[in-house]
Design a protein. Structure first.
Lengths: 337, 540
């Protein structure tokens, strides 16, 4: 496998703020790589460096074998970029913008075939190209750039939260078109905080927090970091009986039900015990990246639903001062398991 | 009431810099006008003499106003009132659009309309805000006139007339904002209405009938079709009548009512003239960054070009008109002619070079706007779309600079064509064609400096581009064009590019300033392009 994107110890400082703090990212050809992180973690900064729109303070970045800052134009012939917050020229129509961007990228050389691709994508995304840029909603502005990106073949797609304005129906269209592009041999870097989207699409993910990659790998390899939610009817069961279940976290009775969570890779160990208790109304919620995400960032993002047991004892969550918090707390979780 | 005050305070807060600027500039112009009159035309005899020249010169009347006698106050009012009213009008229309259509465009209006403030109260707050601004502008004019000892009653009427015309355009601006779908369009149309009012009044004044005393005129019919013309009809300092101000106030109130009626029935974000269906695919030519820059700026370039053409037409006709004043008793014109003869240039040449210095300012503003557009593209995020395609930063910048330079040449070229047309048409042979084109060329270097220097600011300190650009142009005009008249120190005046614009008069013309400015502009532009290679592109 060839490496399409590689960054080594990438730093980007804005004054005293360290937006990227030693980011190591590697993307293989042909994969859809999820780039996950909360707002402000450095996702967009990373993409801007990969595009050569911003210059790294230190460290190296290679995209399609080129150094992006010095070879931006050559690089851009081979990639397509969809920003997270699309802004259009107010007095150009959507169709004109799609044509302009595609022509600049050299993707309209095949004339009629291009026009057919454009028409098909407009149809698929239910998009009206005959309105002025200023008249489009956020989702429609995003469609303009998505269509322009998908209408021209690219080796690499850099997508920055590309579906944040799309409705679920359009997200499905987007997934289908993206998979078709990968089928044609493209590589995709999909930055997102919409975890379900990454879960459905991505082969591998990298999780970024405070400017560095805190974890990564295939989805399966990350499962051990997540917990599965288990609940069943409480009638007649006593706390002592449940104590024997073993790898149980957050055990609670509420509304006549027992709830607890178990490490996802150890759910099988719990099941025989539940069988012995002959529990009623058993539900098991599969782990989601959502949950993994909350565990990684629960302390930093001060999420109200963050599990109470995630507390690494570090009261200071300043932007640079806590840079190892994510890793430390992951280790803490492993220690308990 | 509480909510209305909150909305008003928000408007005051947003305008805390620009509104005081407008009002101070209006007051300062009134003050300067009185100073200039008392220092240059200190005696009634000199004023009546220059009025006789003016009455015989429609182009001067067109620019200035309606002569109503040689009294110092009346003379000052003739010189400056139309210009003050023009400024008050522009201040008011920009204010109206800024707090109505522009707010709807950015979505701010929707946020406010979703609070208990509702859809209509923000409009009331804008009216309140604009009224306060015009009252203050009127007071500034009153203060500027009265402070230098002009008759307080006439000064108060002149101030009231300025504020009343401003209020009229406040109403027009709000009405236009209801009709147009974009703030750019609304600003363009309403500012054009203000300029149109100035021009229509000018036609009326230029076609007026002189009285036998030689210093007073009765206006032509066209003056009665312009709010600025109505303000002039107060005859401040000479007749002091307030009733003509009922006309601008009435028209303003009618416009406000119409705007309110439309606002009451339309959806937020909607407009009377909505968007027509647009093209679904681009023309074949839209395939490069320069083509896009041209597409985005063609409207404004055309506007600057037409202004240049109009100025050129005026410049070419002025000399002949002045020469037609055959007044043997006039010491000033005789002295002027003697001076010109000693320098070997004609009156026409002098007029053309004076008016072409204004064309030079137009061209500089056009150049500056090209760079400002570049910054706006970057700040709004659309530049990122372009630069994420195979378009280099340097090519992007260079394209805008090249287009800006072409636009400058176009503006000056059209001014030259305009002057040539009226010179040839009127049979005025006192300005040879090569002298005319030399005058046109002489304006080019200063204008190009206003392309290169803002471009360097854009590259080094992007966030400052727009403010720094206008401040540089304002200072350049103030020091270079008005500096001599206001008696400003030569060392300071030398800082302005316009000071160094050559004034061609035959073989003795000193072109060194032009070459220096051309060299500096070229070097600065190269530096900007070089630095651009190392500059990040973002919205910061």
């Amino acid at each position: 496998m060839t490496t399409v994107v590689q960054t080594v110890n990438l730093h980007k400082h804005f004054g005293r703020v360290h937006a990227l703090d030693g980011l190591d990212l590697e993307i293989q050809a042909g994969e859809i790589h999820g780039f996950l992180g909360p707002n402000g973690a450095g996702k967009s900064t990373t993409l801007r460096i990969l595009l050569g729109l911003a210059k790294a303070t230190s460290g190296s970045a290679t995209v399609l074998g080129l150094e992006p800052w010095t070879r931006a134009v050559d690089l851009h012939r081979r990639l397509a970029y969809v920003p997270g917050d699309v802004r259009l020229w107010p007095n150009l129509s959507g169709g004109e913008t799609i044509d302009l961007l595609s022509r600049l990228r050299g993707g309209t050389a095949d004339g009629n075939a291009y026009r057919r691709r454009k028409a098909r994508l407009c149809e698929a995304f239910d998009f009206d190209p005959g309105k002025k840029g200023r008249a489009y909603s956020k989702g429609n502005r995003q469609k303009v750039v998505l269509i322009a990106a998908l209408a021209t073949d690219a080796e690499l797609y850099l997508l920055d939260e590309p579906t944040s304005g799309l409705d679920p129906l359009m997200e499905a269209v987007f997934r289908r078109e993206l998979l078709a592009a990968v089928e044609r041999g493209a590589t995709v870097l999909l930055s997102s905080h919409i975890l379900s989207e990454v879960e459905v699409l991505c082969h591998r993910v990298s999780i970024i927090r405070a400017g560095r990659i805190v974890d990564g790998g295939t989805l399966d390899s990350l499962r051990h970091l997540t917990r599965t939610e288990i609940s069943f009817a409480a009638d007649g069961l006593e706390a002592q009986a449940l104590a024997r279940l073993g790898a149980v976290h957050d055990l609670a009775f509420d509304g006549g039900r027992v709830r607890f969570s178990a490490d996802s890779d150890r759910v099988a160990e719990v099941l025989p015990a539940l069988g012995a208790l002959a529990v009623q109304g058993l539900t098991i919620n599969p782990p989601s990246l959502e949950e993994l995400f909350l565990r990684h960032y629960g302390d930093a993002s001060a999420h109200p639903e963050s599990p109470a047991d995630i507390n690494n004892g570090n009261g200071d969550h300043g932007h640079g001062g806590d840079r190892h918090g994510g890793r430390r707390h992951l280790l803490g979780m492993r220690g308990r398991a | 009431m509480g909510v209305l005050l909150i909305l008003w305070r928000q408007r005051l807060r947003r305008d805390r810099w620009q509104l005081p600027c407008w009002i101070l500039v209006i007051g300062a112009f009134a003050l300067f006008a009185v100073s200039v009159v008392s220092s240059t035309y200190g005696t009634a005899a000199s004023r009546s003499e220059i009025l006789q020249v003016a009455i015989a010169t429609p182009a001067i009347l067109m620019l200035r106003g309606l002569p109503r006698g040689a009294d110092q106050g009346a003379f000052t009012f003739f010189l400056i009132y139309a210009f003050l009213a023009l400024l008050a009008g522009l201040m008011s229309t920009f204010l109206a659009v800024r707090h109505s259509r522009a707010d709807e465009e950015t979505g701010g209006a929707e946020l406010v309309a979703a609070t208990p403030a509702g859809r209509l109260l923000p409009n009331t707050a804008t009216v309140l805000h604009g009224t306060a601004a015009n009252v203050l502008a009127g007071l500034a004019v009153f203060g500027g006139f009265a402070a230098r000892g002009l008759d307080p009653q006439g000064s108060l009427l002149a101030g009231t007339a300025t504020g009343a015309v401003g209020l009229c355009f406040l109403g027009m601006g709000l009405l236009v904002a209801q009709c147009m779908g974009t703030s750019r369009g609304a600003n363009g149309v309403s500012a054009a209405l203000v300029v149109l009012a100035y021009v229509v009044r000018g036609i009326g004044d230029a076609t007026g009938t002189p009285h036998s005393d030689g210093t007073t005129m009765t206006e032509g019919a066209a003056s009665w079709f312009s709010p600025i013309g109505w303000g002039q009809q107060t005859f401040a300092f000479s007749g002091n009548r307030a009733w003509p101000l009922l006309l601008p106030l009435g028209l303003g109130a009618a416009c406000l009512t119409a705007a309110w009626l439309i606002l009451r029935v339309r959806d937020t974000g909607d407009s009377v003239w909505g968007d027509r269906p647009a093209r679904t695919s681009a023309r074949a030519g839209l395939n490069s960054p320069v083509a896009l820059a041209l597409r985005l700026q063609s409207g404004s370039i055309l506007g600057w070009g037409l202004s240049g053409l109009a100025l050129g037409l005026l410049a070419g006709s002025l000399g002949k008109a002045i020469a037609a004043v055959d007044n043997p008793g006039s010491g000033i014109t005789a002295a002027l002619r003697a001076m010109l003869r000693s320098q070997g240039i004609s009156l026409t040449q002098l007029m053309v070079s004076v008016l072409f210095s204004i064309a030079g300012v137009l061209a500089a503003a056009c150049a500056l706007q090209a760079v400002i557009r570049l910054r706006q593209e970057e700040a709004s995020g659309t530049a990122e779309l372009l630069l994420a395609a195979p378009v280099g930063r340097v090519r992007w910048l260079a394209g805008y600079l090249a287009l800006g330079a072409l636009a400058v040449v176009l503006v000056l070229g059209l001014a030259g064509v305009g002057a040539w047309a009226t010179l040839t048409g009127s049979g005025d042979e006192s300005m040879p064609a090569d002298a005319l084109w030399q005058t046109v060329l002489a304006q080019l270097p200063a204008a190009l400096l206003y392309l290169a220097v803002p471009a360097l600011v854009f590259v080094l300190w992007p966030a400052a581009t727009i403010a720094a650009g206008w401040v540089l142009l304002g200072l350049g005009v103030f020091l270079g064009i008005f500096g001599g008249m206001l008696g400003i120190d030569q060392g300071l005046r030398d800082l302005s590019p316009f000071t160094h614009t050559p004034v061609p008069h035959g073989d003795a013309t000193d072109w060194s300033g032009a070459w220096w400015m051309l060299a500096i502009a070229g070097a600065v532009a190269c530096l900007a392009v070089l630095v651009m290679r190392r500059r990040e592109v973002g919205t910061a």
